[in-house]
Design a protein around this ligand. Structure first.
Ligand SMILES: [Zn+2]
Ligand SMILES: [Zn+2]
Length: 282
């Protein structure tokens, strides 16, 4: 496992990479641009090449790119769907230029048309778009807080998506612990975490889980609310993380913090807590 942070928007790329390295991070997650915009700024090749080199120099790997929150590959609105596909195409291209092997995307929502129709649209859109994307970048579907019209809260749905896409596509899973809690998974103890992970692995396959967002959460389990908090202040206890980390994860698995106040002194505290949970793994 390699621990890292989601990069703050403030401060600039070089500063933040140097800061992450100084904090002992060995991987990083970034937004490709403004996470609330439909377009990326045009690529500046020199700058991207410099950034790619800096990441290599600082041994920050893998780089994970988190796609914009607006993306919904199962949107009933044709303009939204078209924009989502276009933005994902740009994001994939940006991943290649930065040398990022992974792009994370939230599983979308069906927008009120029903689960089956939403799922069909999500899978058919993804099948079509995957053919246009660079094969060296793996798409990671992130589980969501679930509830309402969301498709990505329950692990069996993620499994269903992977199954329908087929085994030979570059698609994996990014597990967000706070989202799993919000969707109802019991991470309140080591036993609960183990049972929840057994469910995840049974649904998607252990080897398809290629990244973890090790967030903690302040809203009640199953409430479908996603209030990220500092690790030591959340409802998921240290022993649940220790249980999660005890699985035979690949050495290069990125474990990312998307905790509040990223860029503040809290990063050091959260990383320290994360490492202590790993050391106590059972
Ligand atoms: Zn996310
Ligand atoms: Zn996340």
């Amino acid at each position: 496992m390699r621990f890292g942070l989601h990069m703050p928007l403030k401060g600039g790329f070089t500063h933040n990479v140097n800061r992450a390295a100084a904090l002992g991070c060995s991987c990083l997650q970034i937004f490709p641009g403004n996470p609330k915009a439909w377009q990326l700024a045009p690529p500046v090749m020199d700058e991207l090449e410099q950034r790619r080199r800096l990441l290599i120099e600082k041994n920050m790997a893998p780089l994970v790119i988190h796609s914009a929150y607006l993306v919904n590959m199962s949107s009933a609105n044709e303009t939204f769907l078209r924009n989502s596909c276009k933005l994902m195409q740009e994001t994939m291209g940006r991943a290649v230029l930065l040398g990022a092997p992974y792009v994370v995307m939230h599983v979308g929502s069906h927008g009120g048309r029903g689960f089956e129709a939403g799922m069909d649209l999500f899978v058919s859109t993804l099948k079509r778009e995957l053919g246009k994307w660079p094969p060296q970048v793996t798409l990671l579907l992130e589980n969501t807080a679930g509830g309402g019209t969301s498709l990505g809260g329950k692990f069996p749905f993620l499994g269903q998506i992977l199954k329908e896409l087929g085994a030979d596509v570059p698609v994996g899973i990014c597990l967000d612990t706070a989202h799993a809690w919000a969707a109802g998974y019991d991470l309140s103890s080591a036993e609960g975490a183990k049972a929840s992970m057994d469910e995840l692995f049974a649904a998607v396959g252990f080897e398809r889980v290629m990244a973890i967002h090790a967030n903690n959460i302040g809203s009640p389990r199953g409430a479908h609310r996603d209030r990220h908090v500092h690790l030591r202040e959340g409802l998921i206890p240290p022993e649940a993380y220790s249980s999660l980390f005890a699985h035979p994860w690949p050495e290069a698995l990125p474990v990312i913090l998307e905790t509040p106040e990223i860029g503040s002194h809290w990063d050091e505290i959260n990383l320290k807590d994360l490492r202590s949970y790993m050391e106590a793994r059972v």
